[in-house]
Design a binder for this molecule. Structure first.
Ligand code: FA5
Length: 341
């Protein structure tokens, strides 16, 4: 029986070596320490042994039982440790990994561009003045020296509304009257940014809605020289000292003399492209000395005061700056475009 116990011990310890997980460990426990295990059956037979044999075999059987129980506990602990190590390895957190950046909103390129132009004017001492996007016929045209019969009204393809006499402003110039009436007879250096609307054929350089900034300076001894200096300085501050500008004689009913000014087309560097209509220059806006009638309508005595005004298309400036070859990108809400700014 002693040799049988040795064999039970050895084969149980041998079997324990191949146990690799909790389930097979439990199977091992039932097979070697459970009720029907050979060791336990041997305990049942102790009563049948002689008085001399019983203590010897009993002691040895208890030794084997304790040895198997100790081996079971040790194996159980080592399995628990290796499971813990495995989970620590597989679920390890790398605290040095950069966090995931959540997508955040930002300003539309039109707005950020508008703000950078406004900043340049602010540096030159101009204040921002807001004026309405829907105007009466009087402000849109009459007070700007275009009475109802005046053919120059056709220069602005206007969206009329169902409300009599009210239209969406086709340019920011009506704001001139609002700001003059608020400040007359004080000197003015103001810019009026905002959306304009025109019923026109959409193309690479023309949209039905776009932004303008109206520039207005009124005071004593304001000259065309001041106007040219302001526009040229704007171009240089936005695009660098070498930016070229040109002024062409033009006609606007609310300025006299009038001009249009162009910035050199940076998309083609003067060679000609669809955006500059193959001229090498991109028309940015119109300008001129405020017409005496308009000064008067704004509350200024044209004998005493002079002023200059200009209107600039801000999307065109952004197109030049970022080599955008089609104005329609500003309104199609294509993330591939918007995310670049
Ligand atoms: C005017 O709107 C005058 N009010 C400008 C002015 C102001 C003249 C003060 C004298 C004194 P014009 O229609 O040319 O002018 O438009 C001015 C600028 O707005 C254009 O040069 C262009 O840059 C921009 N613009 C005009 N129409 C569109 C359009 N459909 N899409 C995009 N930009 C446009």
């Amino acid at each position: 029986m002693l040799s049988e116990l040795d064999q039970i011990e050895q084969s149980a310890l041998q079997a324990l070596k191949s146990v690799q997980d909790e389930t097979s460990l439990e199977g091992w426990r039932i097979a070697h320490l459970g009720r029907s295990a050979p060791l336990m059956l041997l305990f049942d037979q102790l009563g049948k042994l002689s008085k001399e044999e019983r203590p010897v075999i009993g002691r040895r059987a208890n030794e084997v039982k304790r040895a198997l129980e100790a081996a079971f506990s040790a194996r159980s602990e080592s399995l628990r440790q290796s499971a813990l190590q495995r989970s620590l390895q597989s679920e390890r957190l790398d605290v040095t990994l950069p966090g995931r950046v959540l997508p955040v909103g930002r300003l539309h390129p039109t707005s950020s561009n508008m703000r950078s132009i406004i900043r340049v004017f602010a540096d030159m001492g101009f204040q921002v003045y807001r004026s309405p996007e829907a105007e009466t016929d009087e402000f849109n045209f009459s007070l700007l020296n275009m009475p109802p019969h005046h053919p120059a009204r056709d220069m602005w393809a206007t969206f009329y509304t169902t409300m009599p006499n009210v239209s969406l402003r086709p340019h920011t110039s009506p704001g001139q009257i609002h700001v003059m009436r608020q400040y007359a007879p004080e000197p003015i250096r103001a810019i009026l940014p905002g959306m304009c609307y025109r019923y026109e054929q959409i193309s690479a350089r023309k949209e039905t809605q776009f932004n303008q900034i109206e520039v207005l300076a009124v005071g004593v001894d304001i000259t065309m020289g001041n106007l040219k200096a302001t526009i040229s300085d704007l171009a240089r501050r936005l695009f660098g000292q070498n930016m070229r500008t040109r002024f062409r004689a033009a006609y606007f009913p609310f300025t006299e003399p009038s001009a249009e000014y162009d910035f050199e087309c940076l998309l083609c560097h003067g060679k000609g492209c669809a955006v500059c209509a193959w001229t090498g220059w991109l028309e940015i806006g119109g300008c001129g000395m405020v017409h005496p009638v308009v000064l008067q309508n704004g509350g200024y005595d044209p004998e005493k005061y002079t002023g200059f005004a200009a209107g600039l298309g801000t999307e065109r400036i952004m197109m030049l700056k970022h080599h955008i070859d089609d104005i329609r990108y500003f309104w199609v809400n294509d993330m591939r475009f918007l995310e670049q700014f």
